[in-house]
Write a protein that binds this ligand. Sequence first.
Ligand SMILES: Nc1ncnc2c1ncn2[C@@H]1O[C@H](COP(=O)(O)OP(=O)(O)OP(=O)(O)O)[C@@H](O)[C@H]1O
Ligand SMILES: O=C(O)C[C@H](Cc1nc2cc(Cl)cc(Cl)c2[nH]1)c1ccc(Cl)cc1
Ligand SMILES: O=C(O)C[C@H](Cc1nc2cc(Cl)cc(Cl)c2[nH]1)c1ccc(Cl)cc1
Length: 329
Amino acid sequence: QKQNQSHSQNNSQEPIEGQNSNQAVRHKRSPKDFIFGKVIGEGSFSTVYLAKDIHTNKEYAIKVCEKRHIIKERKTQYVKREKEVLNMLANAKHYFVRLFCTFQDVERLYFVLSYAKNGELLPHITKNGSFDIECTKFYSAEILRGLEYLHGLGIIHRDLKPENILLDDKMHALITDFGSAKILGEPDQTDSSSQDHRETSTRTQRRNSFVGTAQYVSPELLSNKISSPASDLWAFGCIIYQMVAGLPPFRSRSEYQIFQKILQVDYEVPDGFCEVARNLVGLLLVREPSQRLGANDKQSIGYTSIRAHPFFNGIDFEKLHEQTPPPIC
Ligand SMILES: Nc1ncnc2c1ncn2[C@@H]1O[C@H](COP(=O)(O)OP(=O)(O)OP(=O)(O)O)[C@@H](O)[C@H]1O
Ligand SMILES: O=C(O)C[C@H](Cc1nc2cc(Cl)cc(Cl)c2[nH]1)c1ccc(Cl)cc1
Ligand SMILES: O=C(O)C[C@H](Cc1nc2cc(Cl)cc(Cl)c2[nH]1)c1ccc(Cl)cc1
């Protein structure tokens, strides 16, 4: 490949081991450096391929976006946000899908991501009916560690749901899909992807400012107030509920009904729902964001009050990533 001349290269390019031993050199990759295999998934404006780096034989998931489609759908902000946030997570060793490098050709953008061999968490929950308490504790703890890291960087995911929790070859959780993320402290851009409560939102602008399924959206996001890290804690509560019950807490035929149930925090727990888990979910699914468990914990030291909840008895949060995840049984 041509040696990368300009050293102003943005840091999206993680040093990739050169051919000669461990010297890390900076090469701008291109599609020619990879063998593209099967399609592992389709997004609303992306196709994800399993690919192999011809130099290292390592497997990656390469997310390919058509530039024309991104521009037509006015999603450049979404793509830029995804790249920006994935870059901020470049040093995270666990709990996130990692971005190794990006490149483009005339028609497409390419994100070279870590390959989550075991796909999305959701099918593992539904196929199994629901998770037993050991699995629920383990995966809730891994997601919590991810949220601690993300919120510690001042990033709110805003679209956390079981489809956006992937599983690597060892069945560890990897949070993904940062297109809807918000970075605290930066000025609210007026484009449609931000929940800026100041924007004079017209119907169309508001409508397309929300993507994905409605089940996990927090009340404050629905009533168009600004989101906060506590919005991810609401989604976290929904995911814990779903691992125990096998279904999300707010369900209905119509999206409108789901919104109404969310705004009224109207959910039931089925018989046999583990009491300790029910208590934790009840402390997270609270309409007022600041009243949610963990909302007032200091971001710099993590969610101490959630870690302290009896539900996590026996979990060693510092050693999670070294443990073998419990079998999903
Ligand atoms: N790193 C990855 N490893 C394995 N599978 C992945 C990876 N990233 C995405 N996928 C799979 O590819 C599919 C498409 O992902 P992608 O992020 O392109 O779109 P999406 O975010 O799921 O959809 P949308 O763009 O509509 O939100 C997902 O369903 C996911 O299961
Ligand atoms: O080379 C880089 O890293 C910078 C480019 C910048 C860039 N080119 C773009 C073209 C389009 Cl159409 C949309 C976006 Cl968001 C675009 N972003 C880029 C390339 C690939 C990817 Cl995945 C993201 C951004
Ligand atoms: O688009 C946005 O950013 C804000 C809108 C606001 C909003 N649209 C709604 C539609 C209905 Cl039917 C009910 C409520 Cl409470 C609604 N709130 C919205 C729509 C859908 C969802 Cl899931 C979240 C927020």
